[in-house]
Design a protein around this ligand. Structure first.
Ligand code: UDP
Length: 235
């Protein structure tokens, strides 16, 4: 069982860490995700993770609030998630480093690209927190940016749904799963895979995205081993 990829970015939305509760952190879910990450780490894959923060706060939740302030709150939410994930991974014996795009040296390293790459080479999982450090961006864009910077071969976009559909599978029972898509399709058809900034960044830098569900505990491993699940977005 040889992994298809050597270095990856796993993007976990905040929602993915909240489990059924839909808000905050669910310990069981965290442990299950950590176990899945350990599995691919044990295959020799260099794993870096970008975490979202939507389980606590999103910039757009702050109606009437200054957008920049609301976005900074969102970035801080991702740090909470990163620390929780770090804890879950380390309890399984996986060495990790959290790097934040906004300095908070007492609790994590600042983001330094060369250091991040070095950690990966030394067999540590690197968790990128605080997004890009800039308001008006998303953690999906962070995943695209970090993937380009550290030369990750692919972004694994873990979602609640198991891929991209031609319409919303929650409301349309006839919705069809799309197995392969181009970046341009995603942009033109307005498919809710990633926001357009993130999609464009992946397109410009030719970073493939695999969109898949975390519903099956083996899914991260399946993607890593090259099994065709979910939706592949590429050129
Ligand atoms: N955010 C930001 N700049 C970034 C990344 C994130 O301002 O580079 C803020 C933004 O307000 C966003 C929130 O952090 O809504 C949480 O991130 P996101 O919504 O991407 O989390 P997810 O949906 O993946 O849980």
């Amino acid at each position: 069982m040889r992994p298809k990829y050597k270095r990856i970015i796993l993007k976990l939305s905040g929602e993915a860490l909240a489990g059924e509760k839909g808000f905050g952190l669910d310990e069981k879910t965290l442990d299950s995700i950590a176990a899945q990450v350990k599995e691919i780490f044990d295959l020799g894959v260099e794993v870096s993770i970008v975490v979202g923060g939507g389980n606590f706060w999103r910039g757009r939740s702050g109606k009437g609030m200054d957008r920049t302030t609301a976005d900074y709150m969102g970035m801080l939410a991702t740090v909470i998630n990163a620390l929780a994930l770090q804890d879950a991974l380390e309890s399984l014996g996986v060495l990790t480093r959290v790097q934040t795009a906004i300095e908070m040296r007492q609790i994590a390293e600042p983001y330094i690209r060369r250091k991040a790459v070095r950690h990966l080479e030394k067999g540590r999982v690197v968790i990128f927190a605080a997004g890009t450090g800039n308001p008006y961006f998303s953690t999906d864009t962070t995943a695209a940016l970090r993937a380009a910077e550290i030369e990750a071969e692919v972004i694994l976009l873990a979602k609640k749904v198991d891929g991209v559909y031609d319409s919303d599978p929650k409301t349309n029972p006839n919705a069809q799963k799309i197995h392969e898509l181009t970046y341009i399709d995603v942009l033109n058809r307005g498919l809710g895979v990633m926001d357009s900034t993130a999609t464009s960044l992946c397109m410009d830098n030719k970073i493939p995205i695999v969109v898949f569900g975390l519903n099956e505990p083996e899914n991260i491993k399946k993607v890593i081993l090259g099994e065709k699940i979910g939706t592949l977005v590429k050129e």
